[in-house]
Ligand binder design. Structure first.
Ligand SMILES: Cc1ncc(COP(=O)(O)O)c(C=O)c1O
Ligand code: FES
Length: 497
């Protein structure tokens, strides 16, 4: 019955068949008809009807309610394209019109096949997987162990080395705090980098407050650490090196295998935050000498609120648990597991292996198209190494355009700047700063995330929309006017007030 509901929701896609990403993407969204758009425009109907033949891109955004506003906006500069989609999509899921989703580093949509696997745990299979005195417990536990195997296979690990957690944030905290606390009698030094995710930086800061010494490695202008600097930083009292595999803001891939061999040579444990890398780039814990790895389900089309930490058994890594209790998960993470989440994660992990080639090829192709399209706009730069780079994360600076204004003008595309506009703080991205970008450039940078369900039509639309809106915003900028006149802005002495 529930399976039927999901299936109906998915517009009769047989979720057991091999994936057809276009079919699934199309089932999740439908291009709005003129009629539906016309009814959504409540005000100035006459004006709207008049405009209906040259729809403004903005009418499909959250600004839908005021499509006929007289004030000229950046989006007014845009007009429908030829190859590109005419409009951002509308979802059929009952959540109204939505922008195109290009924020897959924040989270990915749940794959319908994952949801199908999860539903049975809310109905028949409700046993506690840790109950070992009856079949309710055994049957759920069997499913959990299948999930563990699927999660382990992606990185060449033994299933016994996988500990389920609530996500990569918890796993990162376990690695940094757990290892450091376990070895505190003899070791008190942790090495990490300046471009880690906040949860690693904050966990490191917490350990500093507990008296540990922390080295934050710098990165070069490409976003890469220097291996010699890493080797020099290792001391006899270093307990852990933690370096992320793929950066969430700029997609830069650190040389994980080389870092692993340096750490092994010096007998220091190596942890990597692979939240953005797991299932997306090749990772093998043995080949790369990785001792601990954090992964997250919702970055690979699985449910949110679940993840795992890989903890090597030989040579054994010891860590002090941060959650105490009934001793589940080898005593490292107490608490009853959530079977729907864990098994959804397991199915997502099975699918990333099965779809690896197709996903990688799809993402690479769309990424090239997007990058080429956006870099053809003058005065734009790709942030981070173009070579050591996961193509599904493209971060571009648009000089002389304020990031906030650009995001405002792009409300029909769900994007993130990784800077002030998307967070409560007013600081530009610390990651771009670490690469040596100045405030202005860091402020004009946008991250584009491409995933399994992104379509070529969406990319065509995005390229066109960005070109038009960057041009429009630059036309409003006195700085841009000066640049066009050939004035060297660095030669100007600005008067202070
Ligand atoms: C690199 C990185 N580490 C950790 C996390 C946190 O993952 P989770 O949401 O599973 O806690 C994220 C997610 O934003 C991430 O991108
Ligand atoms: S304040 Fe938003 S990008 Fe600078």
């Amino acid at each position: 019955m529930l399976r039927h509901t999901t299936t109906r929701l998915l517009n009769n896609i047989s979720t057991r068949n091999a994936i057809n990403r276009t079919t699934i993407a199309a089932a999740l969204r439908v291009i709005p008809t003129r009629k539906s758009l016309a009814t959504s425009a409540t005000k100035s109907k006459a004006k709207h009807d008049e405009d209906i033949d040259d729809f403004k891109l903005v009418v499909h955004t959250s600004a839908d309610s005021k499509p006929a506003a007289s004030k000229k906006t950046a989006a007014d500069a845009s007009s429908p394209g030829s190859n590109a989609l005419k409009y951002a999509y509308q979802e059929r899921s009952g959540f109204g019109t939505r922008p195109i989703y290009l924020d897959v580093q924040a989270t990915t949509p749940t794959d319908p096949r994952v949801l199908d696997q999860m539903l049975k745990f809310f109905t028949g299979l409700y046993g506690n997987p840790h109950s070992n005195t009856h079949s309710y417990g055994w049957e759920t536990n069997n499913e959990i162990e299948k999930a563990r195997e699927n999660v382990a296979k992606v990185i060449g690990a033994n299933p016994k080395e996988i500990i389920f957690t609530s996500g990569a944030t918890e796993s990162n905290n376990m690695a940094l705090k757990g290892v450091a606390r376990f070895y505190k009698k003899t070791k008190n030094h942790i090495i990490t980098t300046r471009t880690e995710h906040k949860c690693v930086l904050e966990a490191a800061r917490a350990m500093k407050n507990e008296g540990y010494d922390i080295t934050f490695l710098n990165v070069n202008e490409q976003g890469l650490i220097d291996l010699k600097e890493l080797e020099k930083a290792i001391r006899p009292e270093t307990c852990l090196v933690s370096v992320m595999a793929v950066n969430n803001e700029i997609g830069v891939m650190q040389p994980i295998k080389e870092i692993g061999s340096i750490c092994r040579k010096h007998k220091v444990f190596f942890h990597t935050d692979a939240a953005q890398a797991y299932g997306k780039i090749p990772l093998d814990v043995n080949e790369m000498n990785i001792d601990l790895m954090s992964v997250s389900s919702h970055k690979i089309y699985g449910p949110k609120g679940v993840g795992a930490i890989y903890v090597r058994r030989r040579p054994r890594v010891r860590l002090e648990p941060i959650i105490s209790g009934g001793g589940q998960e080898r005593g490292l993470r107490s608490g009853t597991l959530s079977p729907p989440l864990v098994c959804g994660f397991g199915e997502a992990a099975r699918l990333v292996r099965e779809e690896y080639e197709a996903d990688s090829e799809h993402i690479k192709k769309l990424s090239k198209k997007l990058t080429d399209g956006l870099l053809s706009i003058e005065q734009t730069t790709l942030n981070g190494s173009p070579i050591h780079h996961f193509p599904g994360c493209v971060n571009i600076s648009f000089a002389y355009v304020e990031g906030e204004s650009l995001l405002m003008a792009l409300r029909d595309i769900a994007l993130s700047s990784g800077s002030a506009c998307t967070s409560a703080s007013l600081e530009p991205s610390y990651v771009l700063h670490a690469l040596g970008k100045d405030d202005a450039l860091a402020h004009s940078s946008i991250r584009f995330g491409i995933g399994r369900f992104t379509t070529e039509e969406e990319i065509d639309y995005v390229i066109k929309a960005i070109k038009e809106r960057v041009e429009f915003l630059r036309e409003l900028s006195p700085l841009w006017e000066m640049v066009k006149e050939g004035i060297d802005l660095n030669s100007i002495e600005w008067s202070g007030h």
